[in-house]
Design a protein around this ligand. Structure first.
Ligand SMILES: Cc1ncc(COP(=O)(O)O)c(C=O)c1O
Length: 382
């Protein structure tokens, strides 16, 4: 258990809440969940399902209708033919990370993962006793990935490469050319790819490209996507993996051994989410874009802060090296001194030093208040 890591966002949230109990006014820019309500049509579908008795166990891999809807959605959006047997429905995106690593990785194997990156990757790699091999995402490459660098990290022991696009915490994205070059770098090696695409519908520029669409990579990819971010359904707990049918059967068995199944009424709401009106997704995305533009422009005006423009997801990841402060010390100071909760870049791995992560899943008004506080703090302190 000592090898298992965690997600700092929840710890910072607890600290911020403790300060609130002491009467402090905190602006929450630490947690990565949409501040919007789940769209009404989806809530209604969930409530109807509860009333109609969808309150029992279901199949471990998910109900056929939802697996069909997901297979259709992924086939359409990733331009690849996906069958329902290749889909496993799980409680959130995270279990796909957990189960893929449990299923595929032995002690001593190597897993390459983005750093800075979602902390659960490194945590799980360590947990199973594998070697975590970070690929550094560089600001000068707009936080995509240097494929030459990746090529030097692939060894005979590499079993899995984790990709995440759009990327948490940087908002970087992988271009089609990046993906083509990654497939070349992998070549004929026995390496699988876990492609975390949980932010695939929250894109401000360009479009989603997935390695699953590359020739020969459908069999070698586990695609992770879900409902938490796209449909503001974080608390419903539902996500999915798309993978080879034989691997899907094993992951379903891990579901039988852990959760039994994803909540039945949630899955009914999931069918509505995918097949119903998509207007709310477009509205949320447009609002995130508006906030991104305002927040990036505001931070860029503050002494010591400079920002790349995130292309997707809902985070802003400014470079703060010119402040002369370390990431963790700065994040702590902003919370303790001016009540702005954000995360140190180092919450996402060692290569996050020199950065902060702000979640823009808060109102424009609160984002403007946060900018004012940070700006006057920087003028006074730096
Ligand atoms: C990159 C990434 N993958 C997976 C997840 C997990 O999402 P879920 O809440 O659906 O488990 C998150 C959530 O923050 C994330 O940022």
């Amino acid at each position: 258990m000592s090898r298992l890591g965690t997600e700092t966002a929840f710890e910072v949230l607890n600290r911020a809440r403790a300060l609130e109990r002491q009467g402090k006014d905190i602006i929450h820019l630490e947690i990565g969940e949409p501040d919007f309500d789940t769209p009404k049509n989806i809530v209604e579908a969930g409530v109807d399902a509860l009333r109609a008795g969808w309150t029992h166990y279901g199949p471990s891999a998910g109900f056929p209708e939802l697996r069909d809807a997901i297979a259709e959605e992924v086939s359409r959006t990733r331009d690849v033919k996906v069958a329902p047997e290749e889909v496993v429905v799980v409680p959130g995106g995270k279990p796909i990370i957990f189960f893929s690593i449990l299923a595929l990785i032995d002690e001593g194997d190597e897993v390459i993962y983005p750093n800075p990156g979602f902390p659960i990757y490194e945590s799980m790699i360590h947990y199973v006793g594998a070697r975590a091999v970070p690929i550094r995402l560089r600001e000068e490459k707009d936080f995509s990935l240097d494929v030459d660098e990746l090529a030097t990290l692939i060894s005979d022991r590499t079993r899995l490469i984790i990709l995440n696009s759009p990327h948490n915490p940087t908002g970087g994205m992988l271009a089609k050319l990046d993906l083509e070059q990654i497939t070349e770098a992998i070549g004929e090696r026995n390496v699988m790819v876990l492609s975390d695409e949980i932010y695939s519908r929250l894109i401000f520029e360009g479009q989603q490209h997935s390695i699953i669409s590359e020739p020969g990579f459908k069999e070698r990819t586990i695609l992770l996507d879900g409902f938490s971010k796209t449909y503001a359904m974080t608390g419903w707990r539902m996500g999915y993996g798309v993978m080879r049918a034989d691997l899907a059967a094993q992951v379903a068995r891990l579901m039988t051994n852990s959760n039994s199944c994803t909540s039945s009424f949630t899955q009914r709401a999931g069918v509505e989410a995918l097949r119903g009106d998509q207007q709310s997704v477009e509205q949320m995305c447009a609002e995130f874009r508006r906030r991104r533009d305002a927040f990036v422009a505001g931070l860029d005006r503050i002494k010591g802060f400079s920002c790349r423009i995130p292309k997707g997801a809902f985070y802003v990841f400014p470079n703060i090296t010119a402040t002369g402060w370390k990431s963790k010390a700065l994040a702590d100071a902003l919370l303790d001194e001016i009540g702005v909760a954000c995360l140190a870049g180092t919450s996402f791995g060692e290569f996050g030093e020199g950065y902060l992560r702000f979640s823009i899943a808060n109102s424009m008004e609160n984002l403007q208040r946060a900018l004012e506080r940070i700006s006057s703090w920087a003028t006074k302190t730096l």
